[in-house]
Design a protein around this ligand. Structure first.
Ligand SMILES: Cc1cc2nc3c(=O)[nH]c(=O)nc-3n(C[C@H](O)[C@H](O)[C@H](O)COP(=O)(O)OP(=O)(O)OC[C@H]3O[C@@H](n4cnc5c(N)ncnc54)[C@H](O)[C@@H]3O)c2cc1C
Length: 201
């Protein structure tokens, strides 16, 4: 017979782990399963600080097993297909898992190729992104190394990165001819919610 959970969580990142932990805090008897293929958990918000030279990238990678909430079962596999009509999720291994309630928290999928030229230049040629464990340290290398020229910061982290960069200047000496330009590529901030835009920018 297929395994069955009262709550089945897909993805053991910040969202899945927090939701599972909160549910178990309210009711320790709940049968909760967490489907997560990775041995490692990444604390992504700290990557901004890595890019700003205030945090070590190694400290953002931790063992997933240490963060599975007490009482939850970790199913180390990947969800392959959803079968809502049968209240089942089929794993990459082929095993089907049943549930009463399903929480789907697989995060986002980065698509560097959506921006022409990005993939092949990322991590070199002064092209940085804090959105990746592999590339966030390079942001700091670039900020540290900027003695003159122009730095362009794009949303959603424009302000944060500008502050990191501005904080770096008094610590490490003034930028002789450096200049900062903000590029706002976030559609919500550009066109959408005025209140959000006014408070964020
Ligand atoms: C640089 C940066 C700065 C940020 N700053 C902030 C901030 O200041 N404040 C804030 O609130 N948020 C911030 N965020 C956003 C925040 O980090 C994310 O929203 C949050 O970590 C996302 O958590 P998540 O669990 O949804 O996704 P993730 O942490 O990406 O976890 C998703 C998990 O799902 C797993 N998964 C994927 N596919 C499957 C599958 N098929 N089956 C099973 N498991 C699967 C993955 O292995 C992964 O472990 C920042 C993010 C970044 C990158």
């Amino acid at each position: 017979m297929a395994k069955h959970f009262q709550v089945l969580v897909i993805g053991g990142g910040n969202a899945g782990l927090s939701a599972a932990a909160l549910l178990l805090l309210k009711n320790g008897k709940l049968k909760v399963g967490i489907v997560e293929p990775s041995e490692k958990h990444y604390y992504q918000p700290a990557w901004t600080l890595v890019g700003g030279g205030a945090f070590n990238i190694k400290d953002t990678e931790r063992n997933e097993k240490d963060f599975i909430p007490k009482g939850a079962e970790w199913i180390k596999d990947k969800a392959a297909t959803f079968q809502p009509e049968r209240s089942e999720v089929v794993l990459a291994s082929g095993e089907a898992i049943g549930y009463d309630q399903l929480l789907v928290c697989p995060g986002i999928q980065l698509d560097w190729n959506a921006v022409k030229g990005l993939q092949e230049n990322l991590g070199k040629n002064g092209v940085c992104s804090n959105y990746s464990f592999a590339y966030a340290p390079y942001t700091w290398e670039c900020i540290k190394g900027l003695k003159k020229g122009k730095a362009v910061f794009h949303n959603p982290h424009t302000r944060e990165m500008r502050w990191c960069r501005t904080d770096h200047v008094p610590r490490c000496g003034p930028l002789a001819q450096g200049r900062c330009v903000e590029g706002h590529g976030h559609p919500i901030l550009e066109r959408g919610n005025k209140a959000l835009r006014d408070t964020t920018l």
